[in-house]
Design a binder for this molecule. Structure first.
Ligand code: NDP
Length: 336
């Protein structure tokens, strides 16, 4: 029974020294509890925030504690009336092989789910984030231009494809030619710009001849710099994530651009709204059937990158913060 704990807090990009793999005894369930074995572990950018003790919307992982994370797990032993051995569940067991649960927060996926790992991605937290952030805050209208970065990740890819369903011109931003090609050819985006290009701003402007009406903010940094002058009057910016900043320990060098941002917010009457998906919990029942239908009909496509072995989770997670993943990053912890 292996687990990966937070060994120390990173001051910039995480390194392998921040994690420690431990062997511990297999826990035994008490009455009313179940023993779960992780099959898939989700790796997500928010975990960088949990490694830090800076104030945030959620408590940090304490030093020596198991790294948190969503899992798709199987019930190994049940002393709980609602679950039986062999059931698949969506759980939050973290970076470890086995965990005990009293059933709180578990979603029973039954005996034979079709794509169990999808509940960590397009049919789960990231897909739901894309859906609510875009539709509730972004409010895209047919004919408008939508821009989204991290365009091939589970949030960005879903945002862009929903934008197409709603009749928008969709321009993605992604790291490298292969991801950009995928966004256009496989996901159906109208264009996708490589943020590593020297003339990124000019390419983005050329791809948005009518300006930008919805900017779904996933990354911040230089992508936001390129977007800002292109925003139309009454543009909406759902602020979902700022992954380019997650490893930063101080503000970036250069002139203070706060005045520029606020000036644009005023004269263009921008709506800039941050959100955390937990605030939308009571609307999951609206999202899930709709997304299942879009997936079944092929209107939404989904790509995963599956890494084999719990021991590779730290390396894969560090890569996620640098764009090394191509699709939703999932670790296969153990056999089905
Ligand atoms: P992704 O799988 O898309 O992974 C993150 C991607 O960000 C990388 O693959 C990379 O893509 C891109 N990236 C990393 N560093 C930079 C950089 N310096 N500049 C530009 N792009 C960079 O992750 P998710 O789809 O899971 O998450 C996307 C965003 O949504 C994140 O910001 C995350 O924190 C946020 N989020 C917010 C939630 C909320 O409740 N508010 C819930 C879930 C996610 P590329 O190579 O294409 O640049």
């Amino acid at each position: 029974n292996r687990r990966i704990v937070l060994a120390s807090r990173p001051s910039a990009a995480p390194t392998s020294e921040n994690f420690r793999l431990e062997e511990v005894a297999l826990p035994a369930p008490a009455d009313g509890e179940l023993l779960l074995r992780s099959v898939y572990l989700s790796l997500d950018p928010y975990m960088r925030g949990r490694m830090s003790d800076a104030p945030s919307y959620a408590e940090p992982v304490q030093l020596g504690e198991v790294m948190v994370g969503g899992t798709v797990s199987r019930v190994v032993e049940s002393r709980h009336p609602d679950f039986t051995e062999g059931d698949w569940v969506l759980a939050y067991c973290g970076w470890q092989d086995y965990a005990l649960s009293d059933g709180t927060g578990l979603v029973n996926l039954g005996r034979n789910p079709q794509h169990p790992s999808y509940t960590l991605g397009v049919l789960g937290m990231p897909g739901f984030t894309a859906y609510m952030g875009l539709l509730d805050i972004g409010q895209p209208q047919a004919g408008e231009t939508l821009v989204v970065a991290a365009a091939t990740g589970p949030v960005g890819a879903t945002v862009g494809q929903i934008g197409k369903i709603k009749g928008c011109r969709v321009v993605g931003v992604a790291g490298g030619a292969e991801k950009c090609r995928f966004a256009v050819e496989e996901l159906g985006f109208d264009a996708c710009i490589d943020h590593y290009a020297d003339d990124f701003d000019a390419q983005l402007a050329a791809a948005c001849p009518d300006g930008i009406d919805v900017y779904f903010e996933n990354v911040g940094g230089k992508v936001l710099d390129g977007v800002l002058p292109l925003l139309n009057t009454f543009a909406r910016i759902p602020v979902c994530g700022l992954v380019s900043q997650y490893n930063a320990s101080s503000l970036p060098e250069g002139p203070d651009r706060m005045g520029l941002l606020m000036g644009q917010a005023l004269v263009k009457r921008l709506k800039i709204q941050g959100f955390i998906i937990i605030d939308y919990q009571d609307r999951f029942g609206e999202f899930f059937p709709q997304m299942s239908e879009w997936l079944a009909s092929g209107q939404i496509k989904y790509r995963e990158e599956i890494v084999e072995g719990l021991e590779r989770a730290p390396e894969a997670f560090m890569g996620l913060l640098e764009g090394k993943n191509f699709g939703k990053l999932v670790v296969r912890v153990g056999a089905d």
